[in-house]
Write a protein that binds this ligand. Structure first.
Ligand SMILES: [Zn+2]
Length: 621
């Protein structure tokens, strides 16, 4: 099948609905009838029957569709992922939309998907996710069943609201954990095929999550379209499904991490006993050791929950079942604690500075640093045994706990005097993010906000520094607030700056820093599309199994005390930020609402006491 780019005009985008099925002709008939009622007419439907079955074969002979419908039969059952890939390969549409055989689609569903693809144009690579409502008419046989359905609805609502979140809330670990591309999701067919489609190793579950995250990392932009609605006529027993899906997830996480090298927000659970806060690590370790006994407790707890209708028992059942099934399955995949510890690795820290020069106003203290303070902090850096990381080491994860990446945004010319001698003497490998249109000129973007004019490094100085091992990255052409520029400007700021720098410096420019820390899904996606391997935000914290294009950095400026600097080198956060983050995390881990509320109260009081000064929310230049 050729994955050729289509020449059709944008208004005639063709949609292929891929319906996968096996041995469920009655449900399939209802599904197909709802697809035949679609208001969008430039449509074909491909039914992939995943294995030969006579009832579906009979339906294929007598089903009358109002528009084109093709039937494909796999000789043997190969799993949902393989069936969907077959559908996409046979498709002729510009966009493929995935459906199961137990749904009822709203009449406007396809039309709503296609509107999103039409308005985004062909350059932006979208995954459009529609709304899925679990069958409201289904008879829920037990209390646990009802609770599980509520929980499914809640999880779906959380992951879709993350897709609707504005600005930098639309990216990061929490969003990535919920990303999926499967039922009621559409994507341009050529892009889907280019990324390799679904991973066919995944036969029973998690293939939608795996593809979702893979597309996200490759730079696809996820859009939630709530008007593309369907009802999922699910008939599975919820508790059994819950157990078996956690059991599959354990083994699949092992495969994802060890074989596919997918260390990301979705697979972090596998090594959670080695990372994060103590309480969580202990609980996970206990679950690892007790997986067998916990499993045998699952059934009595389930019965007790149904009998008493006590929500607390449902919570206990679900946690226990999840832990027991997940860890039993991980152990069955020949994982041991030492293997997991080894693959977990450790976190990486980066610090962000700007100009090394005496601040002349209180405002400037929030992002400049005086040479005296800078040298004092760097003396501590060396005395405490820290070394600077290179970008290459960072990308390869080839770092010790004592490696820290030093980054400088904007490229002020004082770095030539203040930083280069340290590079020569101590072999530092800092990275400087340059504003390409302003090389050798001044910080125009700050002057607009009333800050004084400052000179930026000249090309001669940059080349001189490069000889001594200083690395450079792109900080765009003109330092705009990227979330609000047009698609065309976004492309040139991100793409052209990379290529111009590569021409000027004769090396690959693999890293990027978002001006003012301004990033959202669209901006991130453009950075991925331009081929950057690493991009830095201004969010504080450590980097561990997180998005390479949303890396965190701790800011160091003239307000940074030695104590805070020490904290930042260890944890990517100042001391107060560390305590606050730890308390917030503990809150989430407490088992009852009362304890969580109490912890929140303590944190708020503590925050009030520690809130001596917080640099104002002005965006970092
Ligand atoms: Zn900047």
């Amino acid at each position: 099948m050729k994955a050729e780019e289509t020449n059709q005009s944008a208004t005639s985008l063709r949609c292929t609905v891929v319906v996968t099925t096996w041995q469920r002709p009655d449900a399939l008939r209802h599904t197909l009838e709802s697809i035949m009622r679609q208001s969008y007419l430039n449509l074909e439907t491909i039914v992939v029957c995943d294995g030969e079955d006579s009832d579906t074969r009979a339906l294929s002979r007598n089903f009358e569709g109002s528009h084109l419908i093709k039937w494909v039969f796999h000789p043997n059952n190969r799993g949902l992922a393989a069936a969907r890939n077959t559908g996409a390969r046979v498709a002729t549409g510009d966009v493929v939309l995935f459906m199961d055989d137990d749904i009822v689609a709203d009449q406007e569903l396809v039309s709503m998907h296609m509107q999103q693809h039409l308005s985004a144009g062909a350059r932006r690579r979208l995954v459009v996710c529609g709304r899925i409502t679990e069958n409201p008419e289904r008879l829920l046989t037990s209390y646990l069943d009802r609770c599980l359905r509520d929980a499914t609805d809640r999880i779906f609502a959380e992951s879709t609201s993350a897709l609707l979140a504005p600005g930098d809330e639309s990216i990061g670990d929490d969003v990535e954990r919920g990303l999926w591309c499967g039922l009621n999701c559409s994507v341009r067919r050529t892009y889907f095929l280019k990324e390799g489609g679904f991973n066919e190793y995944f036969r029973a579950s998690d293939e939608e999550m795996e593809l979702g995250l893979r597309l996200h990392l490759a730079g696809f932009e996820f859009v939630f379209e709530p008007r593309a609605q369907l009802i999922h006529m699910n008939t599975k027993d919820s508790a059994t499904y819950y157990r078996s899906s956690w059991s599959h997830t354990g083994a699949l996480d092992v495969y994802r991490v060890f074989t596919l090298k997918q260390k990301n927000a979705q697979t972090q659970r596998l090594v959670s006993m080695f990372h994060g806060y103590m309480m969580n690590r202990w609980a996970t370790r206990a679950a690892w050791h007790l997986a067998g006994p916990l499993r045998s407790l699952s059934r009595p707890l389930r019965n007790a929950a149904n009998r008493t209708q006590w929500h607390f028992l449902v919570g206990a059942w679900s946690r226990m079942t999840q832990a027991a099934e997940y860890w039993s399955s991980v152990k069955a995949a020949y994982c041991t604690l030492p293997r997991l510890k080894h693959v977990a690795g450790h976190s990486k820290c980066a610090v962000m500075l700007h100009s090394v020069s005496a601040p002349r106003s209180d405002d400037e203290r929030s992002y400049y640093i005086s040479p005296r303070r800078f040298h004092r902090l760097m003396r501590y850096f060396r005395a405490a045994g820290y070394k600077t990381a290179t970008l290459e080491q960072w990308l390869k994860d080839d770092l010790s706990e004592k490696h820290v990446l030093l980054t400088f945004d904007d490229g002020y010319d004082d770095l030539y005097e203040a930083l280069l001698p340290l590079v020569i003497e101590h072999g530092y490998t800092p990275v400087i993010y340059l504003v390409v249109d302003h090389i050798g000129a001044s910080n125009m973007w700050d002057q607009k906000t009333g800050l004084r004019a400052r000179n930026l490094l000249t090309l001669a100085q940059i080349r001189e520094m490069q000889k001594y091992g200083v690395e450079f990255g792109s900080h765009t052409l003109t330092h705009p607030w990227l979330p609000s520029v047009s698609d065309a400007q976004l492309h040139s700021e991100i793409h052209d700056s990379k290529h111009r720098l590569e021409d000027l410096l004769g090396v690959e420019i693999a890293s990027f820093a978002y001006p003012f820390g301004g990033v959202d899904r669209r901006v991130r996606s453009a950075v991925a599309g331009a081929g950057y391997k690493l991009a830095f935000t201004v969010r504080p914290g450590q980097n561990w199994w997180n998005d390479p294009l949303c890396q965190r950095r701790a800011e160091v400026n003239d307000r940074t005390t030695s104590l805070n600097f020490a904290c930042k080198l260890r944890s990517g956060r100042s001391c107060t930020e560390t305590i606050s983050a730890r308390l917030r995390n503990m809150e989430e881990e407490f088992p009852t609402k009362l304890l969580r509320d109490m912890a929140r109260g303590v944190r708020k009081i503590g925050h009030g006491l520690l809130h001596l000064h917080t640099p104002n929310a002005r965006n970092n230049p």
